[in-house]
Every structure is written in C-alpha cells, then in structure tokens.
Design a binder for this molecule. Structure first.
Ligand SMILES: NC(=O)c1ccc[n+]([C@@H]2O[C@H](COP(=O)([O-])OP(=O)(O)OC[C@H]3O[C@@H](n4cnc5c(N)ncnc54)[C@H](O)[C@@H]3O)[C@@H](O)[C@H]2O)c1
Length: 416
C-alpha cells in the first residue's frame, strides 16, 4: 500500500522531518497552532530550520481529519516538565487523543518525542486504543524513533544522522525502518523501550558532562585560574573528553534527564549522579549573576537558549536576568534573532534595546549570553563606547570575544 504520512506537531523536529519525507512520500502536516499552519501555508518557518520552505509539497492543516487520510503517523509534540520537574505528558496525551480519534485501520503510529522508557507503550498506546476503538496489533501498531537534530546546526541534519527505529512487532519495525531508511541511515533497536532509553541517555550524558565542567569552573573560580586554560591543557591527553562549562537551557538537555530520573523513581531507584548534575547546572545562573554584584546597569546580549536559534524557551538567560535584578541592577537586553512567537514569559520585565547604535544608555556590565554569529558585527570597541569608563565588566559566557583585546580596551573580562 502506498505510504501516506502525516506529521503531528510541526516544530523544530516535525517540520524539517516532514520536509525531508516529502521528497519521497506524500506528506501532510498537522498542528493545533492555527497561526503556525497559516504561516507554513505561506512559506514562513518561524524556527528558521528549513531553507526555502516553499520547495516542499506538504499539505498543512489544523483540521485533525487530515490525520485520517494517512496510514503512517509521526508524533513530534513537546515533552516539557512541570514546575516540580516531573514529566508533563499533556501535549503527548492530547496528541494521542487526536490521533486516536482519527486513526484508520492498517496504520502505524510512530512517536518521536523524547520520553522515558515505557512512555510510548504504557502512557500513549492506551490512549490510542481507547480513542480509536481499534484493536492494537491487528488494526494498528506503533513504533518509536527518537529525533537527534540539533537546532541551528546545518551540518548534522536529519539526512546525515543515524536514526534509531523501533516497532511493536517485527513487521512494523521493518516498515518503520523502510520509511526512515528512505531518507537516512537507520539503526534498528530491539524494542521500543530500548529506543526510548537510548535517546534520553544521550542527553543525560551530555548534561552530566557539562555539569562536571561546571563544577570544575566553580572550583577554578575559587582557585583563581581560567577553566578554559585548564581544559585546553588537559585536552592534550588522548583520552580526555573535551566539554565546556555552560548554562544549560532549551527543551532537551536541561529537561530530558528529569524524564529518566522520574522513571527511575517510579521503578524504585533513587538516582544520585544525574540529579546532582542537574543541580550543579541549575546553580550556574547565580554564579554568573554574582560576578555583576555592584554593577548598576547591565546589558545582556543574546538571550535565546543557545546561539543562532530564535528560541528562548527555558533559556537560562532569564534566570541570570532575574538574579541581576535581585542584586539591584537595571537590566537591558538586545537580541536581533529572538522570536517572540515562542511566547517566552518574563522578558517583558526588562528593557529591550532595539538598536544598539541608537541607544544612549551607558552600561557598567555586559553579559554575552548567546553569542549569535551576527554579533561578529559588534566590535568590542563599539560595545565599549556604550559603557561607563570605570572598568566595565564583560562576562563572555562562551568566550566569543578576545580576552586580550577586551582587556586592552579597559574591560574587566570574565568567561566560564
Ligand atoms: N528541538 C530539538 O532540538 C529536539 C531534538 C531532539 C528531540 N526533540 C524532542 O522532540 C519533541 C518535539 O520538540 P520540538 O522542539 O519540535 O517542539 P516545538 O515546540 O518546536 O514543536 C512542537 C509542535 O507541536 C505542536 N503541538 C503541541 N501539542 C500538539 C497536539 N496536541 N497536536 C498537534 N500538535 C501539537 C506545537 O504547536 C508545536 O508546533 C520533544 O519531545 C523534544 O524533546 C527536540
């Protein structure tokens, strides 16, 4: 039977995937966000992940009926956490209800959202069964294929990343492998739970490696040596793993470990190392803000969760800004890439600088939070012209600018 695919959730993951699949298959895209659907229909992609969107033949709709025309449904909706750091499955359950109500016999539903092992079969599948009234295993089957894309990364695109695929039975696995195999290389996992666990530990590992570097940065800050210099020296050993300290934000690395720790706790194991790493990572905003104590007027350059992406959801910039405000600083921010479409809460509390050139405010502290490539146009000498003269502080989280030049210009230069 010819495959008709419907991608449910057209965000950073779903949209590029739908585009790539549309080169080989008939593809529809469903999202509950009608504004997004209208934008996509007009060729506008707010994520900036797809070049020249109009070249792809995709039937976009906010009408769930479109799902019933497909026999291969891919779910790529958000998997956030609640305020008390537990998995928030609401989008996943709601998407499963919508898919279930529009599921037709002979279909396969593949989940792509990052979850804990067991979530697809124990949390999503019962919803599909209930809402569809179909018989699992005979009328429809399920699969799981985690997404590994890295927003803002134009090198590691879906077609160049090995994709893990899994299915609820051998026949489904073969079909899932064939569909994804048409657009990229696949690795067949022995079960859905293995595929779910594999994805989540990729981010657990990354989060912990960064946490270790962050702890080292906290130690070396006390000792008075540069963490960057230490890492560079240590990395000359063949088996040293080079990671950098950082403020882990976004909706993957900072969030996904809590999916696994939740599952661990549910299964009767109290995780130690993973949660300790999360705590260290979450303490970094305070460390950065602490360096600005006594500074009265601080400019934050780049507020998105990482450089060169418009997405500021879960950015730690907002935590640093809150700490700065608590310390009594007036906080300004400037970010030419930031997209308000993601409806990030909190930025309205701080003054936005639309154009640095036209701004007359004088700062005694600058935080380079997410160093977008576009900031290459902002010379340190120009930044200095917006600063008060008495040794303004520049905290360059990722070491974007040159320390020697900054110091020559009279800045106090700090980096993680
Ligand atoms: N962004 C990444 O780099 C990345 C990488 C790997 C994995 N993931 C995982 O992929 C999943 C999706 O992430 P994303 O970054 O694409 O999220 P996103 O927020 O960019 O996009 C999700 C889309 O789903 C839509 N949506 C929400 N609820 C829906 C529903 N019930 N029915 C239909 N559409 C719905 C939203 O409107 C939005 O357009 C998450 O589990 C995430 O952890 C993300």
């Amino acid at each position: 039977m010819p495959q008709k695919i419907c991608v449910v959730g057209l965000g950073y993951v779903g949209l590029p995937l739908a585009c790539l699949l549309s080169k080989k298959f008939e593809v529809a895209g469903f999202d509950i966000n009608t504004n997004k659907i209208n934008d996509l229909k007009q060729g506008r992609d707010e994520t900036g992940e797809v070049d020249n969107l109009v070249q792809y033949q995709i039937n976009y709709s906010a009408d769930p009926k479109i799902i019933s025309e497909a026999n291969f449904i891919i779910v790529a909706v958000p998997t956030p956490i609640t305020d008390d750091k537990r998995p928030d499955l609401a989008p996943l359950i709601s998407a499963s209800q919508i898919v279930g109500r529009n599921l037709t016999s002979g279909s396969i539903v593949v989940y792509e959202s990052t979850v804990y092992p067991g979530c697809t079969e124990e949390d999503c599948l019962p919803v599909l069964i209930k809402e569809s009234g179909l018989k699992f295993g005979t009328d429809f089957t399920i699969g799981y294929s985690p997404e590994r894309v890295n927003p803002g990364d134009r090198v590691h695109t879906i077609d160049k990343i090995v994709k893990i695929v899994s299915g609820s039975d051998d026949e489904t696995l073969a079909k899932v492998a064939a569909i994804y195999g048409a657009i990229t290389t696949v690795h067949q996992a022995p079960s859905i739970k293995v595929a779910e666990a594999a994805k989540v530990i990729e981010n657990v590992q990354r989060s912990l490696n960064i946490a270790l570097m962050n702890e080292l940065a906290l130690i070396f800050d006390q000792v008075g040596i540069s963490t960057k210099d230490v890492i560079e020296a240590a990395a000359t050993k063949w088996n040293f793993q080079k990671f950098s300290p950082g403020l882990v934000g976004g909706h993957c690395i900072g969030i996904d470990p809590y999916y696994l720790t939740y599952k661990a706790q549910q299964s009767g194991y109290e995780p130690k190392v993973i949660l300790a790493g999360q705590d260290v990572n979450e303490s970094m905003a305070k460390l950065v803000a602490g360096k600005f104590v006594g500074r009265k007027t601080v400019l934050v350059l780049g507020v998105t969760f990482k450089e060169n992406v418009p997405d500021a959801r879960n950015t730690k910039a907002i935590n640093v800004m809150a700490e700065l405000k608590k310390q009594g600083a007036e906080v300004y921010w400037h970010d030419p890439i930031y997209s308000a479409k993601h409806q990030t809460q909190g930025f309205e509390k701080y003054k936005y600088v639309d154009s640095l050139e036209n701004s007359t405010v004088k700062y005694d502290g600058i935080l380079i939070f997410s160093p977008h490539s576009i900031f290459k146009n902002y010379l340190l000498s120009q930044l200095q012209s917006h600063c008060l003269t008495n040794q303004p502080l520049i905290f360059d989280v990722k070491g974007f600018y040159n320390r020697a030049e900054a110091e020559r210009l009279g800045f106090k230069y700090l980096t993680l």
